[in-house]
Design a binder for this molecule. Structure first.
Ligand code: F6R
Length: 588
């Protein structure tokens, strides 16, 4: 993961402030440490701190540095703890480098460099790239030759930005499986994503794997894997790439929760399903991770019920390592918010390599992301930039696309989808009721979420939301599965959060809740007005608007997101940047 940024001022002004602003937009990629380096008359000047960007900003106030060319980094630690010595930029005598990715052969390279007398200051894999560059300079090679030799020597994934003390007009950058965009406008910039450089740039070029670029204030020259000059297409920076800030909310997560009615409305308006989309498809394979995987699980319920096409959902990080059977004419659907998740991307590439009869589609929230570019066909979730690490609006937008696909041959259900935005808007009014529940569970150590049918994945997702931001251990279960083991977890204190609206599964779910209530005291029910009538005052009830039961997964996600949010705020934890996590997961 990690976020990287480089800026070259066209009018020789100080870039440090803009680098820090860009890093703020990249903090979703990691926040274990941050750093910046500039090059100028005083050579290479660097400042680094452990922890969030705020610490770097404070340090810069006391020890300002300035220069018209610089690179910055916000880290998600892979090799070496989150300490200042492991923070980027990595510096040698003549080289400054930031890296996102993993250098897999770093041990071999390091031992070779150690034998040659080079010293290391950190435990990172990245430092070998910088020291290797230094060795090539010491051997008499110029920066370009040194950079090319380094690219040939390292194995693994990377987005590199490098500045050489003796080439103070240029940033060298290269990409292999870690995202990178070069932007042109007021300044010339390079960043892990378009949003981080959009303030200074109106046009973007996305690097492909194996590409490298030499960037100056006059523009950029792009090279392919064979170091041949290539033309790259510039695209305009569009609104969907721009992070518009918190808009008056205290956290991105709550802003993004509140944006769901509009995200769903927009997603419904776009993404028409081609008439023949499912023709000659004998099977659907959904590949995704985390929250997007939960969306895929809901998709399975819908696809099998309404399209009658056998559907498998696979955790992308497991898929390609278990020699899966890939049947002919499978429609492969990769679901992703970021479009950069390496596990999902690699699973997709695995299918591509192993069965050419498969059709590859993506549901992605980021146009031009690696997964969007690799798919034959893309459904774009119109959620806009999602900054909060816990995915909310992108998830319900993914579900909206899946519903459009699954109901594409059922005009009655398709028309029901139009009721969703209003119902979601009404569900947001439940925040006050949810605040009361949140007070009751904020000090719990564990929580259980129960659902059945297409609300079972929503129980999984509700539990993931709570645990990833509040650090309360939460598990979701299919309610009928409780008696096969998890029921042992029930005691008088554990909250049991039950999704039980009226409909086909109500009676079964009602019985499961009775069984839980016979053993526990803390039942919290999410239901509708019809369902609520069957429960007495011994359970806490949150009553949602009525809607067609097929749409429950989308509607019932929202109060669970709110619950996780409020609990986390009450606990005083960092909602938008939970510990150890990063939003875009570009390492395996
Ligand atoms: C949890 C969350 C993650 C992501 C997962 C996949 O709130 O956001 O579980 O869903 O890392 O990321 P994408 O969807 O970007 O492929």
């Amino acid at each position: 993961m990690c976020g990287i940024i480089g800026i070259i001022s066209k009018c020789n002004s100080n870039v440090v402030f803009d680098i820090v602003n860009g890093l703020e937009k990249l903090e979703y990629r990691g926040y274990d440490s941050a750093g910046v380096v500039v090059v100028g008359d005083n050579g290479l000047q660097r400042l680094r701190t452990v922890g969030k960007l705020k610490n770097l900003e404070d340090k810069l106030k006391v020890n300002p540095i300035s220069g018209a060319i610089g690179i910055g980094h916000t880290r998600w630690a892979t090799h070496g703890k989150a300490t200042e010595e492991n923070a980027h930029p990595v510096l040698t005598k003549d080289v400054a480098l930031v890296h996102n990715g993993i250098i897999e052969n770093y041990k071999e390279l390091k031992s070779d460099l150690l034998q040659k007398g080079y010293k290391f200051e950190s435990q990172t894999d990245s430092e070998v790239a910088a020291v290797y560059l230094q060795m090539q300079l010491d051997n008499g090679f110029d920066p370009r030759e040194a950079f090319r030799k380094m690219l040939r020597a390292v194995k693994g994934t990377y987005a590199f930005l490098v500045i050489f003390k003796n080439r103070p007009d240029m940033i060298f950058c290269a990409r292999n499986k870690s995202p990178m965009a070069v932007g042109f406008g007021k300044d010339v910039c390079v960043g892990s994503d378009a949003s981080s450089i959009s303030a200074n740039c109106s046009e973007i070029v996305y690097l492909d794997d194996g590409d490298y670029a030499e960037v100056t204030k006059n523009g950029a020259t792009f090279f392919d894997n064979d170091f041949k000059v290539v033309d790259k297409c510039r695209v305009a920076v569009t609104d969907d790439l721009i992070n518009t800030g918190k808009g008056g909310y205290s956290h991105y997560m709550i802003k993004e929760i509140m944006e769901q009615p509009s995200a769903i409305r927009k997603t419904l308006l776009s993404n028409d399903v081609p008439e023949a989309f499912f023709d000659n498809i004998s099977r659907i394979l959904i590949l995704a991770c985390g929250t997007s995987y939960h969306a895929g699980l809901v998709g399975k319920y819908w696809f099998e019920k309404y399209l009658r096409i056998p559907t498998h959902v696979e955790i992308a990080s497991e898929y390609r390592y278990r020699s899966p059977v890939i049947e002919d004419n499978t429609l492969v659907l990769v679901i992703t918010q970021s479009g950069e998740t390496i596990d999902s991307l690699e699973a997709m590439e695995y299918v591509k390599k192993n069965n050419s009869t498969c059709r590859l589609a993506a549901i992605s929230n980021v146009l031009n992301s690696a997964i969007s570019r690799s798919a034959d066909c893309v459904f774009h979730t119109e959620a806009g930039v999602e900054v909060g690490v816990a995915s909310t609006k992108a998830f319900t937008a993914q579900l909206t696309v899946l519903a459009k696909l699954a109901f594409s041959k059922n005009s009655k259900l398709l028309s029901q989808l139009q009721n969703l935005p209003q119902a979601c808007e009404d569900s947001l009014l439940l925040k006050n009721d949810i605040d009361k529940i949140a007070y009751k569970i904020k000090d719990c150590v564990n929580a259980i979420y129960l659902g059945r049918d297409s609300l079972y994945p929503i129980a999984l997702e509700g539990a993931l939301k709570l645990k990833e931001i509040s650090y309360i251990h939460a598990e979701g279960f299919a309610a009928g599965e409780m008696k096969h083991g998890p029921i042992a977890l029930i005691d008088d204190v554990v909250p049991i959060i039950c999704l039980c609206p009226s409909g086909d599964m109500f009676d079964k779910m009602f019985s499961n809740i009775q069984v839980a209530q016979a053993r526990g005291k803390n039942i919290i029910l999410f239901t509708d007005s019809v369902g609520a009538g069957s429960f007495d005052g011994s359970v806490e009830k949150i009553i949602l608007p009525s809607i067609n039961q097929e749409l429950y997964p989308i509607l019932y996600s929202i109060p669970l997101q709110l619950l996780a949010y409020v609990v986390t705020v009450l606990k005083g934890e960092d909602v938008d940047k939970p510990r150890n996590l990063a939003k875009s997961v570009t390492v395996e």
